[in-house]
Every structure is written in C-alpha cells, then in structure tokens.
Ligand binder design. Sequence first.
Ligand code: ATP
Ligand code: MG
Length: 400
Amino acid sequence: MNPLFNHAIEVIETIEQAGYQAYIVGGAVRDYLLKRSVNDIDLATSAKPAQIQALFESVIPVGIEHGTVLVRYKGYSFEVTTFRTESGYSDYRHPDHVAFVNRIEDDLARRDFTCNAIAMTKQLAIIDPYRGLDALAKGYLRAVGNPSERFIEDPLRMLRAFRFVSQLQFTIEPETKLAIHHNIKLIERVAIERITVELNKLFKGPNYQLAVQYSSQATLFNYLPIFKEDNSYTDLLVKLKSSLPKLIFVFVYLVDQMNREITLKQWAKAFHLTNKDVNEGETVLQAVLLYRKVKLSNWLVYQLPEKLDQVFCLLLLAIETIVVEVSELQLRRQLLPINNRSELSLNGSDLIKLYPDRSKGKWLSNYLAEIEYLVVEGTITNNYQEIKEWILTCHPPEKS
Ligand code: ATP
Ligand code: MG
C-alpha cells in the first residue's frame, strides 16, 4: 500500500489510543475507491485541536478556528479536522459559525457531494450514510442533502461540481444540475481566489470539455469577471482543444484568439494570479507568436525555458491544432550552439576593447543581443575571431 496510507493509519492509531475517533475523509477516500492516485490525506476526528496538539510533536495550527491543524508525521503532513458542522457564509469565504459535533455522520453531512462524504476507518471499512458509493460506481455528482440549500449556503460548490466533472469524468445528477441552473448567479458573491483554485483544476482535468459545456449551459461565465463582458470568450472556451495545467495558459489562449484585445495582465489581475504566472504566460505567448511567423526556430527554443516545453506544445495543439512533440523541442535544445548569453566566446569587456573610443552605453547590450541571436541561429559560429570579424564589419569603429 501507498506509504502515505500507512502513515495515515499510524496517525489514526495514535489518536484512537488516546480515546478519540479518527477517519480518513474527503478526496483521499474517493480517489482510493476510484483507484486514482492519492497525494494527500485528510483526517476527521472527535478530538479537539488542542488534544491533537498534545498527541504529536509537530502540529501546525493552519485553521484552528475551524478546527483544522496540520500534523507533521515522519516527513508526511496530514490535515486533521475536528468533526464539525458549519453555518452561514456571509462573506462567501469562510463559514460564520463552526460547531464541533460528536459523530462522523454529522461531519459528513456538511460536505459538498455524496462521493466526497464517505469516511474510511484504519481497517479501510467504509462509512457511507449518503450513498456516496453508489455515486462513485455510477459516476455522478449529487449534492449532500437539498442541492439548492447547499448551493445557497456556499455557491462555490456549483463550480466545484464542474471541476469534479472535469477531474473525475463524472456527470451531474439531474436534481443537482437543476439547482445549479437556478442558483448560478450567486457565484458572483464568492471570493475570486476561491473561484481561481477551482478553475485551475477544471481546465487541467481530462474532461474539461464536458465541464466547460456544463458551465456554459448553466451560464456560469455570465457571472465571472471579464468573461461576462463578452460572450466570445465563452465561445472560445468551448472550442479549446486541449486541457491546460494552469488557468494563466487558458488566458494565453484567449488573449491570442482575441487579438490581444485584453492583456494577460488584465486577466491575471481580475483572477488574482501571481506575477510569476503572468511572466510564464507572456513567455509562452511570445513563443506561440514566433512559431506562427517562423515555425520552430533555434531562437524560439533558446528563449523558451525547458519547464514550459509541455505547455507550449499543448497550446499549439489548442490554438493551431498543430502537433509538436516535447521530444522535438528537447532535441533542438541539446543541439543549440549556446544555452545562455554568458556562453558567448566574446563578451562585454571584449567589445569595449574593440571600440576604445566609446563610453559604455546601450550600444553594448544591443551588440551583444545581435551576436547572441546570430550565434543561436547558427548564422555565425561561437568563435571569438569569427564574432570579432563580423561585428567590426557590420559596425565599423568610428575613425578618431
Ligand atoms: P482534490 O483531490 O482536488 O484536493 P478534494 O475532494 O480533496 O479534491 P478539497 O478541496 O481538498 O477537495 O476538499 C476536501 C474535502 O472537503 C472535500 O472532499 C469535501 O468533502 C470537503 N469540502 C471542500 N470544500 C467544500 C465546500 N466548499 N463545501 C462542502 N464541502 C467541502
Ligand atoms: Mg484535497
């Protein structure tokens, strides 16, 4: 068994030995039963946060006011949350009131979908008061309890339904779907950071096309920033031909298709993405534009960081329906004459010596950029003498 599970079981044993109950809950149980890979395990317990803190050496109080602590155990981390119910989401970020309860069944009742409301004991026995196993077997999402009430309580759950459609390749059960159609407008009230987390997962999933189709049928995009200003964005999403690992790359696709009517920075600001995301987005956008002009060139590969190879290929597929293999980029990268400017055989101080009458200035970096481009493209070789001859011919020194 996955060592993560073995360690979770040891954590449960420690909690049980102290006289409390503890179960594996949420996505870990769902993914284990679906035979999907499990990367983190959440536990629910009857113990209060302070009691958990007393049992383990390293406990980080990540959300103690909601009953959640992070237990660090033998190099693994487990989110341990006291059985609770929650009520009121007046800021649409956090529940107003959290009440600790004694029974796991009451904790499971607050969860969004029946397939996420299953608990598992350390012997892997299942506790399933809301028929989550049936939902898993048949592949559908059903809200726990009354769907409309649950969506009014926390409208983000509607978007979570779509991201699970994408991730799990599930459908949405009719009553739950109808409740989404009735309440979708409420998504406007949800904090944008929470929306972004779910959208990131939605566009990454294998069934993003069905998820986008459901979202569009429910008019979700009429209530999201920028999308609501122009239906063309939604029409383009429906046509997207590849899943993408991060939301910023979906925006790259939209910016490109809409002729840069709205910039990546504007999208990123509206959805609270980081500057790092924007920079990565800009880099692949430039690579796509260059590809359109000159196909795969040395210069394109040189400027594209290796970690963006995969997403560049996915975007070409999404935008141009063009298949470029990552291996092709890797091979080209290996054959590049240089990997960065510092590998040039002629550097800034050499240039200063070649032009003794000039003071330092913009000309230096312009010349270096020219040399760099020509060496990368193979027009001149990375050889001191050859570069020197080329530069002196193209830019003869002023006669003194
Ligand atoms: P993933 O594998 O993507 O992390 P997950 O099901 O673990 O999927 P999380 O967002 O990590 O999703 O939430 C963990 C669990 O907490 C869920 O399975 C669900 O039981 C519950 N949960 C999370 N968000 C909500 C919510 N907004 N309303 C109700 N229950 C929720
Ligand atoms: Mg999770």
